[in-house]
Design a protein around this ligand. Sequence first.
Ligand code: CP3
Length: 344
Amino acid sequence: MNDRFIRACRRESPDATPVWFMRQAGRFLPEYRKIRTKHSVVDICKDPELSAEVSVLPVDALGVDAAILFADIMLPLEGMGVRFEIRDGIGPLIQSSLDDYQKVRSLSALAPTADVPYVMEAIAATKKLLDSRVPLIGFCGAPFTLASYLIEGHATRDFLNTKKLMYNDPRTWHLLMDKLSTSMGTYVRAQADAGVDAIQLFDSWVGCLSPTDYHAYVLPYSKRVFSYLKDKAVPCIHFGTGTAGMLEEMKHAGGDVFSIDWRIPIDVAWRMLGYDVAIQGNLDPAVLFGDRDLITARATEILMRAANRSGHIFNLGHGILPETPQENVRQLVEFVHQHTMSRG
Ligand code: CP3
């Protein structure tokens, strides 16, 4: 198996810097777009063979060093009793937002193998199709990011309803976070048992919080999710965007690898986090729309700042954008590999 990614997660020295891209399976590959003309995102997630096929596409097309399971952060919420849909170009929409104590109380605890058997089957099917070529990353939404969808009903700019609930109805907030963290802990544990090689916790929207509120309302719950993996051999990646001001707090929540966006230089983030963790990032996804010289210049800067330290995983700061030219992505993978392989 190509073990660059796992070695970097463990801060061992791989033969070259590993590369993968968030959202590499969905969105921009023509083969994926073709499958999407016939099937919705949720349909693909619920069909283990199709999910496996989509997950492996970028490994063949781009030469990346890891695959990510084709699923969505919203799927396990269905098992907890939440009705949602995923609207094209918008994202998740919740039918009835969870904005009071009674609604939160009625959420059930996730039983992964009974509620989302297709996720566990997709892991098995993907591992089989990968045939030990590269490791498979499983994932879940972090309690805060899931709570924000459940409370707002959809993505927002200011997360005001989420913060209002947090500040004005702490009993409901803590019950919701308690339930989400326990269910997500069980969920990622089941994924580890089903065979994923690493887990990423997606806290996509956590950067809207102050470090103080992160500490008070979020940290204990993200920490709890990671605690479910303590005795498992899978490295954990802790992802967020806009987190430059709260990295020290996030570190207390846990993770072997911290995934950062482009709003902070990678060396500054690493110094803040400490060199006892690995780091993932942090190219602006928009750079892939530039010409070859620009892409190479921005990638070189990241590699220089990472300074050959063991434990750098090259990635974007957030998901790859629709319409990204495939050839640019492929060339970037090749560039990072070649540039770091010759470092001697
Ligand atoms: O390539 C992959 O990473 C595929 C697996 C994957 C999906 N969703 C499938 C999907 C992963 C890792 C996710 C995680 C996810 N889902 C997150 C966290 C990552 C992030 O980007 O911050 C979030 C916030 C969601 C919720 C969600 N689902 C959003 C915001 C969207 C995008 C809406 C849009 O069209 O831009 C979805 C739909 C979705 N889930 C897509 C994919 C590949 C979009 C592509 C499509 O419509 O085919």
